[in-house]
Design a protein around this ligand. Sequence first.
Ligand code: BJW
Ligand code: ZN
Length: 299
Amino acid sequence: MDLDDLIPDSEDETKTVADKDRNSACDSKSLEHSMETFHSFLRSDKCRSILALVGAGLSASSNLPTFRGAGGYWRNYSPIDLATPDAFYSDPGLVWQFYAYRRHMALQAEPNSGHRALARLSQVHTVDFMTITQNVDDLSQKAGHDLQKLLEFHGSLFELRCTEFSCSYKSRNFDDPLTSALDVTKFDRDLPHLDPSQLPRCPQCGGLLRPGVVWFGESLPLQPVDRADEFIVRNGVDLILVIGTSCSVWPAASYVDIAKNQGGKVAIFNTEVDSELNDWQFIGDCAKTLPEALEMEPI
Ligand code: BJW
Ligand code: ZN
């Protein structure tokens, strides 16, 4: 597949704003112009290396809540109670119910046109491409994203790890529910207290298993971070696509500045306007704007 195959020759109406055009952003001519300048950059030989930084907004149209903002998890629950090692060790039953619910929701969800547009870009061989995903929901994988070009920075809901220091047990597991006590189809304040014996246990040593996600204060997995850095050293970054992320969590967020410092252009795909000066902002649901920017039709 060639990059040109993914880019429309003519556009229907698009809601895009380039910061350079922001003063006249309401003028539909300038909106079309932004998409045109994006496409001509994408087609040019100045755009040989593309990095995508993905966040929860990419899966919003697949009915998976984001973390921050209206309807986000952190609007109703504290990340301190649910997404830190301390939270897990003080109440593993509560944290496991949160992740059991998230696994259940993610297993019900289907990838949307945004996931599929990125997956198609990952099949293009005329451009160097890598996706850093902060998402743990497996939807990019389900959409057929090339796994060699997908770096899971925050782990996966479907990885289980043993908590015993002396045990290295790790597995991929898609069972739903994981145990009879973890049949959680609603996550609310009236959850039962669970005893650790009701939670997933290690088949090797009997220890408590934990979700293979990265909590606040934990180091990111070395391999994806190394591979992201290698990609940048080898190819540089001509363009970074910043998709459905608030860029509020580090080190993932730092890749925008890393790309900028390399002279890379920045294209934001978000429902909210970003106050930073970016080369392009495509405002709206990225399940719609991303396929428009990258390919002919949302599938
Ligand atoms: C749409 C849309 C639609 C909606 N279309 N758009 C340097 C400076 C400051 C702090 C730190 C630092 N280095 C490290 C830290 C501490 C910390 C951190 O970043 N804290 C910040 C809060 C300040 N980082 C860490 O602890 C990281 N570890 C680390 O750095 O280790 C080294 C170290 C250790 C100890 C000390 C110091 C260093 C680990 C971070 C792990 C984050 N984990 C979580 C939970 C994962 C498991 C789970 O899924 O439950 O990851 S937190 C949560 O936030 C989750 C997400 O991946 C992550 C990012 O959120 P994301 O994806 O951006 O979602 P939202 O909700 O924030 O945004 C959604 C966006 O979409 C919004 O903009 C919407 O507008 C938009 N949107 N619908 C388009 N349809
Ligand atoms: Zn074990």
